[in-house]
Design a binder for this molecule. Sequence first.
Ligand code: GLT
Ligand code: MN
Ligand code: MN
Length: 383
Amino acid sequence: MSYTPSPADKFTFGLWTVGNLGRDPFGEPVRRPLTPVELVHLLAEVGAYGVNFHDNDLVPIDATPAEREQIVRDFKAALRETGLVVPMATTNLFSDPAFKDGAFTSNDPAVRAYALHKTMRAIDLGVECGATTYVFWGGREGVETDAAKDPVEASKRFREALNFLCAYVRDQGYDLRFALEPKPNEPRGDIYLATVGHALAFITTLDHPEMVGLNPEVAHEQMAGLNFLHGVAQAWEMGKLFHIDLNDQAPGRYDQDFRFGAVNPKSAFFLVKFLEDVGYQGSRHFDAHAYRTESYEGVKAFARGCMRTYLILKEKARQWNADPEIQALLAEINAGDQSPIAYSPATAAALKERSFDRHALGARNLAYERLDQLTVEVLLGVR
Ligand code: GLT
Ligand code: MN
Ligand code: MN
């Protein structure tokens, strides 16, 4: 097995991921800035399929229209040269001090209007570069104190903004879907729409729910102490898994954005197995950063590592699915008539009268210990 990435794997990185300078709240940058064109070439060198960006990863916030045109021309030329594509784009609604108290949920109507203005322009830029998915990560949409904002009002403002922007996209005739990216906290003390579950429920209240889905991120659900796979599965089952941010995270820490599979390869395995088993067709976007210790050689090792780990886990999933002992256990676990009990008055009446041997039900051995051990042995390479 060579585990070499190919375009069919749809491995993507943001300009902000491989371009991360290693700044943190306690320390200055450790890597020199690369231009978007240099980053495209770096990604091509490691074998990525695509590159995503925030408006200001590509075009500085204070660029003149002429500068914007030149930057976009150069960037597109780099895309043509390398064959990289731009499947997703997004807006930076968190760095500028104007957004210190949120963008769409700010108490200041001028800030909310500016956020719409900036997002429409960023959507135009993304679409111009080929994006068909547009991410909304509301990093500043929250509070440090609940004295500051009414959370019901915040929900309404978020909804109004998304309704406005859906209408804009439809009006322009863009082929673009929105993907909400939840996160429980950081940089705000608490962020609204904290988890996949919050976002899924919120989407049903929008004017165009069919245009809006999820971009769940591994580390964000784990920061909330949740099982990421379960959130992803629920989004998938509702037809809402529009995009995914892959990385890793130790429990109970800050937003670490580690290389995919770096901390918990077992949960990464079940995630990859899920995406491959269900036939998820979207980007596999690595929203992670190289350690602050690394030079750009280390950044390349980081990016290669994300993709290689994904492909190794994909192969492990194939092996797991083909393992006769695992399959026999699964057949045993799922034995019996699994079809749902459809309601009718007669079925309900019969079911009420049916007698159950609950002691026998409770006494059944479910063999999950053996199944989990086999999983561990597949992962550790001894099967
Ligand atoms: C930021 C954040 C990510 C989001 C990006 C999209 S920006 O790096 O930590 O999780 O996906 O806005
Ligand atoms: Mn993150
Ligand atoms: Mn992310």
